[in-house]
Design a protein around this ligand. Structure first.
Ligand SMILES: Cc1ncc(COP(=O)(O)O)c(C=O)c1O
Length: 332
C-alpha cells in the first residue's frame, strides 16, 4: 500500500448546506469537486476537517474509534470558523455510510480505513471576507491505510521552537488548514537546516505540541502533557492515552511544561507524540538552540511501548473496551 493518505475510496459522502439546512447525504464520486474560483474557502481559509479510523477485528466486525469525540471537535472547529455546525447524528450517519459502503477496502489490523470529514464554505463572493458563508459543503472521504507500526522502533528528532507559535492562543483547538499552513515554514526549515522530523512548538518557553501531534513527557511514572487551554488540539489519542495511563497505574498531569523543565528532565525520561495516524511515536532527540539533548537512552521507552500496546489492544478488539470507545459499523 502506498503512503498514508494517498489512496482513496471511489466515493465520498456529501451533504450541502443551502438556504439554512443540510441536504440528504449522498455518495458521489471521490475524484472530482467543482469549485468556483471565488469560493469563500479558497480565499479566506474557511474550512476544517477531522481524522479518525475504522478498524476491522479478527472476526470481521468493523468499529469506529471514538467518533463522538471527533464529531464534537468538528463542531467546535465549525463554530470558531463561523461555518454551519453539522448535527452530530448526521455526521455519525455519514461516517457509518462510507464505512459500510467501503467495507471491502478496510485492511486487516493494524491497517484501518482512515476517514477524513471536510467542511468548507462555498459562497461564491470574494467580497465577503468579513462575512460568514451562507453555503457550505461537508464531505467524508475514506482512505485505506496500512501498518504504521512497521517502524515502531523509530524515534523522532524534534526541533524546539521558542520564537514562533504554531498558531494563536485560541485557534490551536481548531482543526483547520490555516494552522497547518502557518506552521509549515518552520517545519520545512527544521527539516532542511537541522535534519529534524518535526517541530515542537514552545512559544515563550511553553511546551505545546508539534505540527500534527500532541506531546507527552513521562518522568518518574508521571505522564505530563499540556492542559487544554485552547492553544493546542484536544487530541482524541491524547485523551485516550491519559485514561489508559491511569489504568496502568501512572500518575497523569495535564499542566504547563516549560522548555527548561523539559530539557532538565529529558535525559531521565521517555517522550512521545500521539495522534490518530501512528497512535504513539517515541521521541529520541531534542534540538534546542543548536544543542542536542537525548531523551532517556534515545530509544523507545518501555512505558511508551506498554501504552501503545494497551491502546492498540482496545482498537483491535483484543483488549476490553470498558469505556465503549468502539462504535459498531457491522461486519464485512
Ligand atoms: C496539531 C495536531 N495535534 C494533535 C493531533 C492529534 O489528534 P488526534 O489524536 O485526535 O488524532 C493532530 C492530529 O490530528 C494534530 O494535527
Amino acid at each position: 500500500m502506498s503512503g498514508f493518505g494517498s489512496q482513496f475510496a471511489p466515493i465520498v459522502i456529501r451533504a450541502d448546506f443551502i438556504d439554512g439546512s443540510w441536504s440528504r447525504p449522498l455518495a458521489v464520486a471521490s475524484d472530482k469537486l467543482e469549485l468556483h474560483p471565488a469560493s469563500h474557502v479558497l480565499h479566506y481559509a474557511s474550512s476544517c476537517f477531522e481524522g479518525l479510523k475504522a478498524f476491522r477485528r479478527a472476526d470481521g466486525a468493523v468499529h469506529l474509534f471514538r467518533p463522538d469525540m471527533h464529531i464534537q471537535r468538528l463542531q467546535n472547529s465549525a463554530r470558531h470558523l463561523c461555518l454551519p455546525v453539522p448535527d452530530a447524528e448526521m455526521v455519525m450517519a455519514m461516517l457509518k455510510q462510507v464505512v459500510t459502503d467501503q467495507m471491502a477496502l478496510i485492511p486487516e489490523f493494524p491497517g484501518a480505513l482512515y476517514l477524513r470529514p471536510l467542511l468548507y464554505a462555498s459562497d461564491v463572493n470574494i467580497g465577503s471576507a468579513g462575512h460568514a458563508s451562507n453555503n457550505a459543503v461537508l464531505l467524508v472521504m475514506a482512505s485505506p491505510v496500512g501498518d504504521y507500526f512497521g517502524g515502531q522502533d523509530k524515534t523522532l528528532r524534534l526541533m524546539i521552537e521558542t520564537e514562533h507559535a504554531r498558531t494563536t492562543s485560541d485557534f490551536g483547538q481548531v482543526k483547520s488548514g490555516g494552522n497547518y499552513a502557518a506552521a509549515l515554514q518552520h517545519i520545512v526549515r527544521a527539516r532542511r537546516d537541522h535534519q529534524c522530523d518535526q517541530v515542537l512548538f514552545c512559544p515563550a518557553g511553553d511546551v505545546q505540541e508539534t505540527g500534527a501531534a500532541n506531546f507527552f513527557l513521562l518522568h518518574d511514572d508521571t505522564l505530563i502533557t499540556k492542559h487544554l487551554d485552547g492553544s493546542i488540539l484536544p487530541g482524541v489519542t491524547r485523551d485516550s492515552l491519559l485514561q489508559v495511563a491511569a489504568d496502568l497505574g501512572l500518575q497523569v498531569a495535564q499542566r504547563q511544561l516549560t522548555v527548561t523543565e523539559l530539557l532538565h528532565k529529558a535525559p531521565h525520561s521517555e517522550a512521545f507524540l500521539s495522534g490518530t495516524a501512528a497512535v504513539i511515536t517515541a521521541v529520541g532527540t531534542l534540538i534546542s538552540d543548536g544543542q542536542m539533548v537525548v531523551v532517556g537512552d534515545g530509544g523507545v521507552g518501555g512505558t511508551t511501548r506498554k501504552l501503545r500496546e494497551t491502546l492498540l489492544a482496545i482498537q483491535s478488539g483484543n483488549g476490553t473496551d470498558h469505556r465503549d470507545w468502539l462504535v459498531d459499523c457491522g461486519h464485512g
